[in-house]
Design a protein around this ligand. Structure first.
Ligand code: NAD
Length: 362
């Protein structure tokens, strides 16, 4: 076991919580792979964060990733008002190809043992490179795992909850910007019609919005036709003339080049790290574009596994999802009142909750 403090963050969170509670690094006895589990904070509850299986150039890169992502999870959970801390597991895959068969099983069992060794301080879930079936293997070695397949009592695919959370955030943005949260006639451009984007499109169309969809996968055009939505070329979507731009694919779509050319009133989507650089939040505010901080907007994924952990029923989940809208409304109002950005207010809110949790635990 080792611990580190003062690790540089690439996500630009306030420095006040730069300390990590624990960093566990192991060489899997069955698989030989490097496993890193970073527990950033348990001030608000067990550190929940996915298990990322990825091929890194060096194990040190994997460890750095675990630290960086664990920290972001702390703030994400705190901002969403969940009684969860932040952690992350990283499995350094031996090659860029997806490990399969016996090797995959050996890796997952090793990871399960590493999770178990933390005694519940860290709870794992699926992430990039892992899925529900992998969680079932990890569960052979530890009970501190969520995101199990539905037939195993797990929460299954989190994207329906994530899409509902995006919708709650989007309505809060509409209310803030136009004084009306109604979807009727609102023009929304969704970039990325995958798990979350396609569900969001359906919810919006059902609510009477005028939806435009794009995806690099041309087969998704069929969805647009089915829903009665408009299809737009992927290269044009970012600059589409619309009320709401909803990035639901990869991060970094709003960058130094696009920020001054956006033709939307609101940016609110599920993608992680929508802003290529956090300073762009200031540019958006300067231009009068409402930006809903993505780590609050997309907290539905976390809520989904949180519900599994605490065995919440659908009413409990619905209340937490609605809370996403309330939180977005709050940070937008505070940003206006203080002359800051919604991102700065969201970070400050998370930090306040974190400090409150740490003080209560002391
Ligand atoms: P997904 O892989 O199912 O869908 C992404 C879609 O975006 C795919 O259809 C893909 O073809 C498309 N795409 C990729 N690059 C594109 C581009 N440049 N332009 C247009 N389309 C592009 O992923 P998802 O589960 O729907 O998640 C979407 C985003 O939301 C990701 O950033 C993810 O990290 C984030 N997120 C998802 C969840 C969840 O519950 N699934 C939770 C939190 C955050």
């Amino acid at each position: 076991m080792s611990s580190r403090t003062g690790v540089q963050s690439k996500v630009g969170w306030p420095d006040a919580a730069a300390d990590y509670e624990e960093l566990r690094v192991a060489s899997g006895p069955r698989s030989g792979v490097t496993i890193a589990i970073a527990v950033h904070s348990t001030a608000l509850g067990p550190a929940l964060g996915g298990a990322r299986m990825w091929h890194y150039e060096t194990p040190a890169d994997g460890i750095e990733d675990a630290l960086r992502l664990a920290r972001a999870m702390t703030y994400k959970a705190a901002a969403a008002g969940l009684l969860l801390g932040g952690g992350k597991g990283v499995i350094c895959a031996p090659s860029p190809e997806r490990p399969e068969g016996e090797l995959r099983r050996a890796i997952l069992l090793d990871f399960g043992d590493a999770v178990a060794s933390l005694g519940g301080k860290y709870v794992t879930a699926e992430d990039v490179g892992t899925g529900a079936a992998d969680m079932a293997v990890i569960a052979e070695r530890t009970s501190h795992v969520v995101g199990l397949p539905g037939e195993r009592g797990g929460s299954g695919d989190p994207s329906p909850v994530t899409a509902r959370g995006v919708l709650a955030a989007l309505r809060a943005c509409l209310d803030h910007r136009f004084g009306d949260a109604a979807l009727e006639g609102v023009r929304v451009c969704i970039i990325g019609a995958g798990h979350v984007g396609s569900r969001l499109a359906r919810l919006l169309v059902n609510g009477g919005a005028e939806v435009t969809i794009t995806d690099v996968d041309p087969s998704r055009r069929a969805l647009a036709e089915k829903l009665g939505a408009t299809w737009i070329d992927p290269g044009e979507a970012i600059l589409a003339d619309c009320d709401v731009l909803a990035p639901c694919a990869l991060g970094g779509v709003v960058d130094a080049e696009t920020v001054d050319r956006l033709r939307c009133a609101i940016v609110c989507g599920a993608a992680n790290n929508i802003l290529a650089d956090e300073h762009l939040a200031t540019d958006l505010t300067r231009r009068g574009v409402v930006y809903a901080p993505d780590f609050i907007v997309n907290a539905g994924g976390l809520i989904s596994v949180y519900a599994e952990l605490h065995q919440l029923d659908r009413h409990g989940v619905a209340a937490l999802v609605d809370h996403i809208g309330t939180t977005i409304g709050l940070v937008l109002d505070e940003a206006e009142r203080h002359g800051t950005t919604p991102l700065a207010e969201a970070q400050s809110l998370a930090l306040q909750r974190l400090r409150g949790g740490a003080a209560a635990a002391a």
